[in-house]
Design a protein around this ligand. Structure first.
Ligand SMILES: Cc1cc2nc3c(=O)[nH]c(=O)nc-3n(C[C@H](O)[C@H](O)[C@H](O)COP(=O)(O)OP(=O)(O)OC[C@H]3O[C@@H](n4cnc5c(N)ncnc54)[C@H](O)[C@@H]3O)c2cc1C
Ligand code: SF4
Ligand code: SF4
Ligand code: SF4
Length: 552
């Protein structure tokens, strides 16, 4: 073999951290592998269990100040991409996040500031939902004075006024919000910007503004008979109930829609004792609501009618008597790629009902802020959330999403505003491709089924309607589940490279830690590539450029 060919056939290893798919899929950008590794590898650093949990929680809250909340309500897209899915089921990331979030609340942990001096530029936040509060946290930890203006009597946005307490107890959300306020964030409640305080006034007070007003206005059905008593939008209905008001929906209620608002409204209405009919114009396959929520609604005897849409509300003496329902069928896909529902000719029926909840969609309320977005429904901005001269935006005001996305956008906007206010150079982080499953040695890891979070028995759900249904895993389950993480793309010190290397090119480091257990000496490496083959997590890979042995 010619020397060049020989060199090309050699396999020079490279130690390089790669991006894990769970983090790539988390809309908040949580360093899931990183915080898990702090705990699973704490022994190597001589950390006690509590110190490890504190450090891990600090890492997690650097991107998401609401772990106990998100561990409860997030539909966990991170788990869908988890490489462990290809072995015996994804790591139950949401259950772990919830556990450590609850642990931090129980132990009264305070949010850690970044080591920085106080900044003098004050920033204003419009809306105390997850987007605004995430932004507030990111700016406060960087030392900025932050004022949050909130139209409602309490902070939290849809986390408080949309999501029912049987899914997210108020004290959990409140505890996580309080920690942000404890950093000195000034919260002005009952203050609607555009009404109580003008936007111009806000620009005078602050060096930068963040708009996180969400999408608080429910869309109406636009069908005959809708005007009058007995009709609510999903968000209005949930808002009233979550404020503790009694809403009389009668004995039979129809909820229209297939998203989270619809399912939450339907389940809430069941708790008032009503028979609930949920109409969705497509099929279950297309239904956007969180799958487990739909399952739970069915357990609670919510009657779901697919391929059905409301056509007319019939009233008698002003009161609702019945709803005319149009059966639908699916035609060709529309621009979004989803099959379009169209009326099935002649297929309609009358359903006797007392009230109707229209939970078909929401949009931002621009009424008092239309200077900001004249005539628009969704705010437009660049990739950092910049929407104007000193204005950034994030969360549902940019389009309906989930809370984790709102938190991620709040963080991104804060990072961009910080760069702007400090006159720093914006660094672009190139989006790395996540390490694929085929670079993980699945057979190295022992089989172990994922933890199943406990929940209250279904027969108690309606009889004790406020109490939380899903419960937090126990400590031993947490320890067991956390050990299931493959540490995709980051060395976890399994020692296989060291054990299999003939010329002993790997040397243990004196102070090991996640991602750093061995040094690699290419001078002695023979280029056999064995270490690359045996590395379970894909941390070792081929050098991108063929490199001759250093001695030549
Ligand atoms: C019923 C329902 C259930 C949901 N369930 C889930 C779920 O299970 N999991 C999940 O991840 N996501 C869920 N979502 C979506 C999630 O709640 C939203 O994506 C998220 O709350 C958006 O955050 P945000 O901060 O952008 O807006 P919001 O949470 O809507 O907060 C906006 C805040 O701005 C305030 N505001 C508005 N206008 C003004 C003004 N002019 N001046 C001052 N303040 C103002 C509002 O009062 C509100 O507090 C649900 C949504 C709904 C409606
Ligand atoms: S916020 Fe959601 S997507 Fe992100 S790690 Fe938590 S459960 Fe997963
Ligand atoms: S195994 Fe761990 S690092 Fe890998 S994708 Fe799953 S949670 Fe992330
Ligand atoms: S084989 Fe083990 S010790 Fe070696 S780099 Fe891979 S994970 Fe780290």
């Amino acid at each position: 073999m010619e020397s060049n060919e020989f060199q090309a056939s050699l396999r020079w290893p490279e130690q390089r951290e790669k991006f894990p798919p769970c983090q790539a899929a988390c809309p908040s950008g949580n360093d899931i592998r990183g915080w898990i590794a702090i705990i699973t590898q704490s022994g190597a650093q001589g950390l006690g269990p509590d110190d490890a949990c504190i450090l891990a929680w600090n890492r997690l809250v650097s991107s998401n100040p609401f772990p106990a909340t998100m561990g409860r309500v997030c539909p966990f897209p991170c788990e869908t991409r988890c490489n462990r899915t290809h072995k015996d089921g994804s790591v139950a990331i949401h259950a772990l996040e919830r556990y450590i979030g609850d642990w931090a609340l129980r132990n009264g942990l305070a949010l850690p500031r970044l080591e920085t001096r106080p900044q003098h530029e004050s920033v204003g936040v419009i809306g105390a939902g997850p987007a605004g509060l995430s932004f507030a946290w990111q700016m406060a930890r960087r030392g900025y004075p932050v004022t949050v203006y909130e139209a409602a009597p309490e902070p939290g946005g849809m986390l408080r006024y949309g999501i029912p307490s049987y899914r997210l107890p108020k004290h959990i959300c409140e505890g996580e919000i309080q920690r942000i306020l404890d950093l000195g964030v000034d919260l002005r409640l009952n203050t609607r910007i555009g009404r109580e305080v003008t936007l111009a006034e806000l620009y005078n007070r602050h060096s930068g503004l963040f708009l996180g007003i969400g999408a608080q206005q429910g869309r109406s059905l636009r069908i005959p008979g809708e005007e009058g008593p007995g009709v609510w939008t999903g968000v209005d209905y949930l808002n009233l109930v979550n404020r503790g008001q009694k809403v009389d929906v009668g004995e039979r209620v129809v909820v229209v829609g297939g998203g989270n608002s619809a399912i939450n409204a339907a389940r809430m209405a069941r708790r008032s004792g009503a028979a609930v009919f949920l109409l969705y114009r497509r099929t279950r396959e297309e239904m956007p609501a969180i799958e487990s929520e739909t399952e739970d609604a069915l357990q609670e005897d919510v009657n779901i009618e697919y391929l059905a849409a409301p056509r007319e509300i019939l009233r008698e003496g002003g009161r609702i008597r019945a709803l005319i329902i149009q059966k639908m069928r699916l035609a060709e896909p529309d621009k979004s790629g989803r099959r379009r529902p169209v009326p099935a000719p002649g297929a309609e029926y009358e359903l006797p009902v007392d009230s109707v909840i229209a939970a078909i969609s929401q949009e931002p309320e621009w009424e008092d802020l239309d200077d900001l977005n004249p005539g628009g429904i969704w705010m437009e901005c660049d990739a950092t959330g910049r929407a104007g001269d000193r204005l950034w935006a994030g969360g549902d005001v940019l389009g309906l999403g989930i809370a984790s996305r709102a938190i991620g956008q709040g963080r991104q906007a804060a990072e961009a505003m910080h760069v702007h206010l400090r006159g720093l150079d914006a660094t672009e982080n190139p989006r790395e491709l996540a390490i694929p499953r085929d670079q993980i040695r699945l057979d190295y890891y022992a089989e172990q089924s994922p933890v199943k979070p406990p929940s209250r028995p279904p027969e108690e759900w309606l009889s004790d309607p406020e109490r939380e249904i899903c419960l937090t895993i126990a400590e031993h389950q947490f320890r067991q589940e956390i050990s299931r993480c493959f540490s995709c793309g980051l060395c976890f010190g399994c020692q296989r490279c060291w054990m299999y290397c003939n010329p002993s090119s790997y040397t243990p480091l004196r102070e090991p830690g996640p991602g750093a257990y061995f040094s690699l000496d290419l001078d002695s490496c023979e280029g056999c590539g064995k270490c690359i083959e045996v590395c379970p997590c894909g941390f070792l890979g081929l050098r991108e450029t063929v490199q001759p042995p250093p001695s030549e």
